[in-house]
Design a protein around this ligand. Sequence first.
Ligand SMILES: [Zn+2]
Length: 498
Amino acid sequence: MIVPRLVFAAKSKSTVTSEEALQATEEVSQTIQEVGMKLWDISEISLQEVESSKYLKNILKKNEFKLTSEGTSHVPTAFIAEYGTGAPVLGIMLEYDALPGLGNEAVPYKQPRKDHITSGHGCGHNLIGAGALGAALALKNLMKEKEISGTLRVYGGAAEETEGAKVYMARDRLFDDVDTMLHWHPLNVAGVANIRSAALSQMYIEFSGKAAHAGLNPWDGRNALAAVEIFLHSVNMMREHIRPTARIHYIIKNGGEAPNIVPDKASVLLTCRDENREYVEKSVVWLKSMAEGAALATQTEALAVDYYGVHDLLPNTPLAERMQHHLEKIGVPQYTKQEIKFAKRLQKEAGLEETGMTKDIMFLPNEQTLGGGTDVGDVSWQTPTMGLIMPASPEGIGVHTWMATASHGSSIGTKAAIASAKVLTLMGIDLLLDNKLLKQVKDDFLKRTKGFVYQSPINPAIKEPVSLPKSMRSYESALELKNSFYKQAGDDQFMPTE
Ligand SMILES: [Zn+2]
């Protein structure tokens, strides 16, 4: 049961003008640029962001933040750092994981990286790391200079692309004492993320049959791939009856070794999404029974585990309105002729109209549900949370593409990170000093979460992320793995995606 803090103690008498806040952000803009490019260069994928995490922690330590947690909530590359003491507690979230296979030089055409790194920041988490860190540094400098009371807490949200650390942190209730949480994400538009993202569950389904020679004595075998086929056929029949907001997508992780061997193992990775956890969980129950049915039909054994999930994203009206106000004040970045040329060339590569970068700020979204999910969802049910989106790639260029990787490694990406840091700094100052706003934000949160009891979407049997590389697992967890489902899946091959 969430027991939100009802009393605020923003005692500071200080005032900070917007000019002072923006000046503080300008002063860290060089750092934002360096961090964005450094993370882009390293390009470490989910749960392997060892150098990226170390790099960010070092900058925070050098800037008087205290590292209060490392390897947070069983995620080795997650961390928490803090500056100041007491209330109010303002949280800022960082992300820094890249995506496999999306590596590209920061040029507006397809060109693999010269250093042979194949992963890439196609979702721009290098810029999240840089921009959100920049806001944290600017806010800390202002808190120090103006003697603003309160706690500024930076959450190192590792592994957003797979089994996001924020859900592990939420399971440990690490957001309960936070008054408000801020974050941002690069995209190709500018706006406030006053939306609901989808809730989701990730499942691993495995069938065990019996191997046999497919020509000589197939009657002695039982085909695990046949079970997968029946299971997936059922999934596709199920589509007729799911809500328009639901999404189910899957890959066959293992379909056997060779056609002349009856496969004794076959497996599927599946993601099921919908507008809230209730609908997702209903689908999960149905999917599990389908796996059982497929096993019955093929005389195989089924294992169906929902190992990870996220909540939908909870909006907050006062936070969204204030953020919209600041975003409109800051506006979208101004671009040089070269940057526009770069953007148009990327659009040409993608077969899009060559319009360049967006010039507009979206109207405040009215809490529409989107098809994608984020681990920010779980945070938003524990503390009032609001995010921002800034254009870091040309119009029409989607994230999770090599084109986005290229753009996120260019000065276009840096400009998005700096602009976001400005909006987040302005928000942060308001949330540290404006008691009236804090009260409105909290009231809105309490109204929306009335009667809500947070239940972690992580399977209770799962202690740490299942796609964690073997070398990074704790000894205890390795022992637990012995009899668990993912031992059979073949440790390091197991790579779910969000
Ligand atoms: Zn992302």
